[in-house]
Design a protein around this ligand. Structure first.
Ligand code: HEM
Length: 198
């Protein structure tokens, strides 16, 4: 390939040899410097594509992501009371929708009744998520819908994706709110499921 007697060829040979030696080092340094940047941009992309529910779940279920992104959702609580099993009909649940300031605010998901009183700022009257207060609005939570007509307990026709969203919300609430009871008169289509899935 090279005529080693030729000065020019010897120079080329030396140059090639040094390039071969240096390139892996440059590549290694490049990976080390830029890997942090690549990771953080990947995290923010996945967040921007997420629903509110999976965003919430991400903030808690992946410790790796927790280190990299600060969740906007309230953190899980370590001081929750043991769950209660008090029975509520849907009619009884209505009085806990925040309209009476002397009563607690309850939200039910898949028949589990959570006490959300300390988050009056989001579940109180006129607030963003008041549509879920004093009722079981599982279907709307699964659909990521704030419409009153969707905030109903029958989630039996949700597709797999919305069902996952609903289950993520159930997990989110379980980690943050005290369970005060369960709804006893859910529509048969979901009441049957609950005995096997919860
Ligand atoms: C533009 C759309 C939305 C934005 C910007 C948004 C923003 C937020 C923020 C900032 C929080 C944290 C609130 C806090 O802890 O004080 C939150 C929580 C929440 N969001 Fe949304 N949200 C949106 C849409 C929705 C939709 C469509 C639903 C319907 C299911 C929903 C349901 C919830 C629920 C249930 C919480 C949990 C509140 C809690 O108990 O801490 N969000 N959202």
């Amino acid at each position: 390939m090279f005529n080693l007697d030729d000065d020019e060829s010897q120079r080329k040979l030396a140059l090639s040899a040094s390039l071969i030696a240096v390139l892996p080092v440059v590549y290694y340094l490049y990976r080390k410097v830029f890997s942090g940047v690549a990771n953080s941009s990947r995290t923010s992309t996945s967040n921007s594509n997420s629903t509110a529910a999976s965003l919430a779940a991400q903030g808690q279920t992946s410790s790796e992501q927790k280190k990299e992104t600060k969740s906007i959702m309230q953190p899980a609580r370590a001081d929750l009371a043991p769950p209660k099993d008090d029975p509520f009909t849907q009619e009884q649940l209505k009085q806990f929708d925040g309209s009476n300031p002397d009563k607690p605010i309850y939200v039910s998901i898949k028949g589990t009744v959570f006490d959300v009183t300390h988050k009056k700022d989001v579940y109180g009257p006129g607030k963003s998520y008041n549509v879920f207060a004093g009722k079981d609005g599982s279907r709307g939570l699964g659909m990521s819908s704030l419409k009153t007509e969707d905030a109903v307990p029958d989630y039996s026709t949700l597709d797999e994706k919305d069902m996952k969203t609903l289950n993520d919300w159930h997990e989110f609430f379980k980690k943050r709110y005290n369970i005060v009871g369960r709804v006893t008169d859910l529509p048969p289509a979901v009441a049957d499921k609950l005995t096997t899935s919860l």
